[in-house]
Every structure is written in structure tokens, then in C-alpha cells.
Design a protein around this ligand. Structure first.
Ligand code: ZN
Length: 58
């Protein structure tokens, strides 16, 4: 599967567990689980559902 999912101007940023992408809503690329970071200093965890490490902001 390719990582190029450019639809119009909507660019999805990808993050990995351990990153500090800032407060916001993030979706697991593997299973679609949604997590929230409430502080800019929060660190992305591994997915609690599938243990994947790749997230996109949404
Ligand atoms: Zn997942």
C-alpha cells in the first residue's frame, strides 16, 4: 500500500508513537481507533487496540 493519500488540499500528517504532535485527535492507521491528546506535551502511545505505532491527525 502506498503512503500517498493526497485528496485535494487535505494533507494528512503522519506521526509515530513517541512523537509529541501536540493536542488534538489522532487515528490509528491500522485499526482506525481514535485517541485524544490534551496537552502539547503529551506523547503519542502505541495503539491500545492493535499496538500499531502509526497515527494520522484527523
Ligand atoms: Zn490500532
Amino acid at each position: 500500500m502506498l503512503n500517498s493519500t493526497f485528496k485535494g488540499k487535505e494533507t494528512r500528517l503522519m506521526f509515530k508513537s513517541g512523537d509529541k504532535p501536540g493536542a488534538g485527535r489522532y487515528k490509528c492507521q491500522t485499526c482506525g481507533d481514535i485517541i485524544y491528546l490534551f496537552k502539547n506535551s503529551d506523547i503519542l502511545p502505541s495503539c491500545p487496540e492493535c499496538k500499531a505505532a502509526c497515527w494520522v491527525n484527523c
